[in-house]
Structures are given as structure tokens and as C-alpha cells.
Ligand binder design. Structure first.
Ligand SMILES: [Mg+2]
Length: 148
């Protein structure tokens, strides 16, 4: 199970689409491909933790990810908890669904994942989900899988 951020992970600092028709426009194709490969190798499902989840329903988010070329099983979005750190929202989702840390990974360009730090792979917003991030996610999500 992968808790996914978008900005700084699926797009890089300075990226700006020619036309913006929604979330799909803000996902860079090569980063989408790399994420799809991580999901293929690990079989991980996705929970969206990004601010892009705000004001959008799950079917719409699924459509946007698919349109961006991401082959993902999007099973949910983290709750929006006023004033809470993102990792608290992730933790709340895990508690609600009875998910233990051992089976999750988090990818984000933020820094603080609190008690979930051991499951966190930080992406630099300059590079997004690069090969190093992909390998670290695969190691967390499928420790016995070979790298793509
Ligand atoms: Mg971000």
C-alpha cells in the first residue's frame, strides 16, 4: 500500500503544463511511468495523500491518474484533518482500516512523517520519483522482489 503525494513527486519544481485540464496535466509522463513500474513490481495499491484529493471524488481521481498514464488501483484518500500534519492523516487512515506500518510506504517531498518515518521515502522536488526513490519504495513494499 502506497500513500502517494503528487506535487514534487509526480511533477518537478519548474514543471508547468502547456494547458491545464486538471490533475492529469500536472503529472509528468516519465514520472508516471516510473510509478506504474513500482506498482507493477510490488502489486501495491494506492491511497492518495496529496492536496489534490481535496474537493475531488474517488472516481474522478482514478480517471485523472489513468489519463496521466498511471496504472494504479486507487483505493482511497486520506482524511482531511484540520491543522494536522500529513502523516497524522495517513495514520488516521491506517487506524480506520486496520493497516499496520509493515505493509505501507509513503512517498512525499515533505520532510516530517513522524511516527511513520521508517516507512517514508522522500522525493526531492527537483527530481521527483526518480530511480533511487523507486528502488527504495520497492525495497519497502516488496522486499523480496527484484528491481525493475
Ligand atoms: Mg508534495
Amino acid at each position: 500500500m502506497l500513500f502517494l503525494d503528487v506535487d514534487g513527486v509526480l511533477n518537478r519544481t519548474g514543471f508547468h503544463p502547456d494547458t491545464s485540464v486538471g490533475l492529469r496535466s500536472w503529472i509528468e509522463p516519465d514520472l508516471a511511468r516510473r510509478l506504474s513500474e513500482v506498482l507493477r513490481v510490488t502489486g501495491a495499491v494506492v491511497v492518495l495523500a496529496s492536496d489534490w484529493r481535496r474537493g475531488r471524488e474517488l472516481p474522478q481521481l482514478r480517471e485523472e491518474l489513468a489519463a496521466a498514464g498511471i496504472d494504479a488501483s486507487l483505493i482511497g484518500v486520506t482524511p482531511i484533518l484540520a491543522g494536522a500534519a500529513r502523516w497524522r492523516e495517513i495514520e488516521a487512515w491506517m487506524l480506520e482500516h486496520g493497516v499496520t506500518p509493515e505493509v505501507v510506504a509513503i512517498v512525499d517531498d515533505g520532510y516530517d512523517m513522524g511516527a511513520l518515518a521508517a516507512r517514508f521515502v522522500r522525493a526531492s522536488p527537483l527530481n521527483g520519483l526518480d530511480d533511487t526513490v523507486a528502488a527504495a519504495l520497492i525495497a519497502l513494499l516488496a522486499p523480496h522482489a527484484s528491481s525493475p
